[in-house]
Design a protein around this ligand. Structure first.
Ligand code: AMP
Length: 415
């Protein structure tokens, strides 16, 4: 996907409106994670250096409840005001920022607009609201990949009203994720875990067609084990959300179909060990609850009539054989995509699977791309930050991109 880059555009003496993603965690008025603010600096600094007349920054923050009037919405949602990020932004950028609640802007160099979702028009993709924003500037830049799966005014509609360009952080995200979908270096190994399969089905289905091997762990694996006829006892199986249920989606059937489609496909590890394309755990760590203090190891392949675990047991981490098997596949990979922990890593008792898999990825020579809030928390927990090629903070947007869906925020930026 070739995007219209800001680099090829004259910005000198122009007013530039930039959609950034400042939807950051805030506690007691302080920003708790600055990654998204840091991600916006390259574009802002580029605009400053190249003589933009004015830089108008805009973002959403959380899910405000709108009142009858804009003034009342401001009063009711002080905890979601973007004014809270000004000190951090000024500090990181080393520039003065003017905060603006109205769309009547002063001439100041850098302006940050109030939370866009305080306006009714933003989420409704309202043309009139879009025109008001378009009137503020000469050029539009989208640097918020993580919001680009939404058809909202600031991410999609504005791009139809002004000359529109991709910011540097958005371009980087698209470049890195495209490495997975467009001719990845092989073997390409995809690792999926976590609890919620609903967010991931489309991306799994699309990437499974491209990947050489798919390793499935975490709660997601329970759907695959069930599809293969294993009794998963009281293990977590996500209920199908109403919107997907309406479409007739069933996660165990989804897993079954994926396994069936891949039945004939194998990869050779170390050039001589044939492995199936989709690999689920051969052993698990079980307990009665995710808070348990002890775990029991269960070898699923040596477990006739499920006699080695009880009907109220839960599978809460992958076991040592699975760790070994997955690690072997990981070490042979040239490209890796990982989304979702291998177990309930928040409890140390069930953290070993995720820790060992994260460590194996960090040690492999592969280009490694990770995503997902809990996956990122887990690498922080294991002190492995900085050991991967790229960590995507975009959540749902990156999964939508990987599923091959058209993204409203990107379609008007394509060259
Ligand atoms: P997700 O947001 O779908 O990536 O899910 C992340 C969550 O999955 C984490 O909070 C983990 O505790 C949870 N998780 C991972 N493995 C399991 C499992 N086997 N059973 C239940 N929850 C799990």
């Amino acid at each position: 996907m070739n995007l219209k880059s800001l680099k090829n555009q004259t910005v000198k003496d122009r007013k530039v409106i930039v959609r950034v993603d400042y939807n950051v965690p805030i506690k007691d008025g302080k920003v708790k994670d600055t990654n998204r603010i840091l991600a916006s600096l390259e574009t802002i600094n580029y605009l400053l250096k190249n003589g933009a007349k004015q830089i108008i920054l805009m973002s959403h923050l959380g899910r405000p409840k709108r009142a009858e009037t804009y003034e009342q919405t401001l009063k009711d949602n002080k905890d979601l005001s973007l004014s809270q990020i000004i000190p951090e932004l000024e500090n990181l950028l080393n520039e003065k920022i003017t905060f603006c609640q109205s769309l009547d802007l002063p001439e100041d160099k850098i302006v940050l607009l109030e939370n866009l979702r305080f306006h009714e028009g933003e989420k409704k993709d309202d043309l009139n609201f879009a025109k008001k924003l378009a009137n503020l500037a000469d050029i539009y830049v989208n640097d918020a990949f993580s919001s680009s799966h939404r058809a909202h005014v600031s991410v999609s509609r504005l791009a139809t009203l002004l000359p529109a360009f991709a910011g540097f952080s958005l371009s980087k995200e698209v470049e890195m994720l495209s490495k997975l979908t467009k001719d990845p270096k092989r073997p390409f190994v995809m690792i999926i875990g976590g609890a919620k399969i609903s967010d991931k089905v489309s991306a799994i289905a699309n990437l499974a067609k491209i990947a050489d091997t798919v390793l499935v762990g975490g709660g997601v694996a329970n759907n695959f084990l069930k599809a293969e006829g294993f009794d998963v006892a009281k293990s977590y199986l996500q209920d199908v959300p109403a919107d997907l249920a309406k479409e007739g989606v069933d996660f165990v059937e989804f897993a079954d179909k994926l396994l069936e489609d891949a039945q004939q496909e194998h990869t050779l590890i170390d050039n001589y060990i044939p492995l199936p394309k989709i690999i689920y755990p051969v052993d698990v760590m079980t307990a009665k609850s995710p808070d348990a203090k002890n775990a029991k190891e269960v070898n699923l392949l040596r477990c006739e009539n499920q006699s080695c675990y009880e009907p109220d047991d839960m599978f809460l981490d992958i076991g040592p054989r699975t760790i070994k098997l997955f690690s072997k596949v990981i070490m042979s990979a040239k490209t890796i995509f990982w989304n979702g922990p291998m177990g309930v890593f928040e409890n140390e008792v069930f953290s070993l699977g995720t820790k060992k898999i994260a460590t194996a990825i960090s040690k492999s020579k592969a280009e490694s791309i990770l995503g997902g809030g809990d996956t990122i928390s887990s690498i922080k927990q294991f002190d492995l930050e900085g050991k991967f090629t790229y960590v995507s903070t975009a959540g749902g947007a990156s999964l939508d991109f990987l599923s091959g869906k058209e993204m409203p925020g990107l379609k008007n930026l394509v060259e």
